[in-house]
Design a protein around this ligand. Structure first.
Ligand SMILES: Cc1ncc(C[n+]2csc(CCOP(=O)(O)OP(=O)(O)O)c2C)c(N)n1
Length: 627
């Protein structure tokens, strides 16, 4: 991968959209890149961190998106080029400084990648972050392919510096994760050391400055709107103009493909937009000058382009009928057949469904489950048993991460999952508003990201709540990125490892215990103790269930050539009580012809099932090695 990312100019290589964005940043000469992981954005910083040392740039995983954008803003204030990447919901976290950034503008070019996720493939919602651009007076650009993503990213740095504005690059999952041919350009040597130039009138957002900066932000975006017709990623394909299509981002590809499938590519005038906010007004005017009939705006999610086009058309006295979300869905992703149906609907013709591309390959269903050997599974099992033994029926606010899977049977220990860090905060409200015992779960990365303020709140307001931190040492769900507790950084360099128990004690929690979820009985005892403490004392307690992510440990052991001792079910002892399947539900354990077995290729040898078997029917079988 590194080889391709740093391949010489002129070469054509196959890159994932996110890698192409990273290459675009390197071709622009960025000096600083920061991010908090989140699908579908994560691979941008992963790619940059792999080459950081070689190209001489600073790359970090930040504690959360707010800090990530602040780091990038600080770098830009010093006049160097900076990048920050996050998933769409990350911008919610970063939105406070973002709003001020919209006012202050930038010094060094600053690209904010908001990787949006129509269809919520791996997100809690499918919010359309183009609103943030409009909200913060920050222009939004949408690439339609990896190749365009690379060039667009590079050129956005020039635009950012020319207009002294931060810019949003808004790829969606289909651009981030698709692979395509990309022709590489020159790598620009980064200006690594900048200078902070004091400028009270821009950087100090006191009301006296903010009022003026607000006007300046509006003027900046207006000026940009008047020049964007010259931006080469916005273009017009003039055809006979009996009707028109305006499309942006990945939807542009669907629109072109749909017109081809329908055999009417030569009939439509097409406006391809990269800048969806603000609109390139002169180009939109030219588009309407070349369309006689009706117009369809093709965009995923909300009708942002459609609304802005309609307002513009009204202002200009343009009378073409403009369609959009009256013919296209406002939720989930589009595809070629959806767009073809909408075009056919607009033209009033029945083209027949068989004309359209329909995917024929159905992927096998893969229900989400925690991995074999996952410490979270053992911790959920123990929490369930501890709650039963302590005779409590608690409310279990959960959070976002692999441990959200505690929602599924047989655990059913996630009653709420909202947004990162919210489980604990919402739990505080439930504890204050009801007589329920509240047991919240949170991951380690999520704890650092947004859990700490809620924990401080619990101490400050003396809220009876048990917080179980599911600590596997990394941000596992997004692909094992390190966090402040991991002991290493984005580039692999060694870092100070912050201990969650130290933080909990430092903020005033008086009951703090660390347990190893692989030690079942001891863990259950500690959980019961914590539950009783919360009930009796009416104060918060913290349990840290610590076990490194089983996938990482397993991978490391295999790489070291270690044998993995796996477990098996002794059929002579097994009473078929079903506890291992019905309460622990490790995917390595299965039933065949009413007998219980352990799949030796899935077993990681954690031994939790052997501890919970009341008949001692599960034992170690000796080693398995893998090439
Ligand atoms: C604001 C925000 N940023 C990023 C994400 C993506 N994301 C989902 S869970 C998660 C963290 C998971 O790590 P951790 O809390 O350690 O739990 P684990 O998956 O390791 O069990 C991240 C980064 C998100 N959903 N929301």
């Amino acid at each position: 991968m590194t080889k391709y990312l740093l391949a010489p100019p002129g070469e054509e290589v196959l890159l994932m959209g996110n890698e192409a964005i990273a290459r675009g940043m390197l071709e622009a000469g960025i000096a600083v890149a920061s991010a908090y992981p989140g699908t579908p954005s994560t691979e941008i910083i992963e790619a940059l961190s792999r080459v950081a040392e070689e190209v001489g740039i600073y790359v970090e995983w930040s504690t959360n998106e707010k800090v990530a954008i602040e780091v990038a803003i600080g770098a830009s204030m010093c006049g160097v080029r900076a990048a920050v990447a996050m998933k769409h919901v990350g911008v919610n976290v970063a939105s406070d400084p973002l709003m001020s950034l919209g006012y202050s503008g930038v010094e060094g070019g600053l690209v904010i990648v908001t990787a949006d996720d129509p269809n919520a493939h791996s997100s809690q919602n499918e919010q359309d972050n183009r609103y943030y651009g409009m909200h913060a007076y920050i222009p939004v650009f949408e690439p339609s392919s990896p190749s365009e993503a690379k060039d667009l990213t590079r050129d956005l740095y020039d635009l950012s510096e020319r207009y002294k504005t931060a810019v949003f690059l808004r790829p969606t999952t289909r651009v981030c994760h698709v692979r395509g041919n990309v022709v590489l350009g020159e790598l620009k040597k980064p200006e690594r050391v900048g200078v902070f130039r004091r400028d009270f009138s821009r950087w100090v957002l006191l009301p006296v400055n903010s009022r003026r900066l607000h006007e300046e932000a509006i003027n900046r975006i207006e000026k940009l709107a008047d020049s964007l017709h010259e931006f080469k990623y916005n273009f017009l394909k003039k055809k006979d103009g009996s009707f028109g299509v305006i499309a942006s981002g990945i939807a542009y590809n669907y629109a072109v493909e749909a017109l081809m499938e329908l055999g009417i590519y030569d009939k439509a005038t097409v406006l391809k937009l990269a800048s969806t906010y603000p609109l390139p007004r002169k180009l939109v005017k030219e588009f309407f000058d070349n369309v006689e009939g009706e117009v369809l705006v093709v965009e995923e999610l909300d009708p942002i382009v459609e609304w802005n086009v309609k307002v513009f058309a009204k202002e200009e006295g343009i009378e073409n009928i403009v369609h959009g979300k009256d013919l296209l869905p406002r939720v989930r992703e589009l595809d070629t057949s959806i767009v073809a149906s909408a075009i056919a609907g607009m033209l009033g013709k029945n083209y027949g469904v068989n004309v359209y591309y329909k995917p024929t390959l159905a992927l096998p269903p893969r229900p989400p489950t925690m991995c074999p050997g996952c410490g979270h599974r053992a911790a959920f099992y123990e929490l369930k048993i501890a709650s039963a033994k302590a005779k409590v029926k608690a409310v279990y606010p959960g959070d976002i991460g692999c441990y959200t899977l505690g929602f599924f049977p047989p655990y059913r220990l996630v009653d709420i999952s909202f947004s990162m860090g919210s489980g604990l905060g919402i739990g505080l409200g439930i504890a204050k508003a009801s007589d329920e015992l509240v047991v919240a779960t949170i991951g380690d990365s999520t704890f650092f990201h947004a859990g700490i303020p809620a924990l401080i709140n619990a101490v400050y307001n003396t809220t009876p709540i048990l917080l179980v931190v599911m600590d596997n040492g990394v941000t596992a769900m997004t692909g094992h990125q390190p966090h402040p507790g991991s002991g290493y950084r984005a580039t692999g360099s060694v870092a100070k490892s912050l201990k969650i128990e130290d933080i909990a004690r430092a903020v005033g929690v008086e009951f703090v215990e660390v347990l190893d979820p692989y030690a079942v009985d001891a863990s259950i005892r500690k959980l019961i103790e914590a539950i009783e403490y919360v009930k009796k004392e009416g104060k918060p307690a913290v349990i840290i269930a610590r076990r490194p992510c089983a996938l990482i440990v397993y991978r490391q052991r295999i790489r070291r050539g270690e044998k993995i001792d796996v477990y098996y079910v002794d059929q002579n002892k097994c009473a078929k009580c079903g506890i291992c399947v019905n309460l622990l539900a490790c995917p390595a354990i299965y039933i065949e012809e009413a007998k219980y077995f352990i799949n030796p290729t899935l077993c990681t040898g954690c031994g939790v099932c052997a501890q919970i078997c009341p008949f001692k029917a599960i034992s170690l079988r000796g080693g398995r090695s893998e090439e």
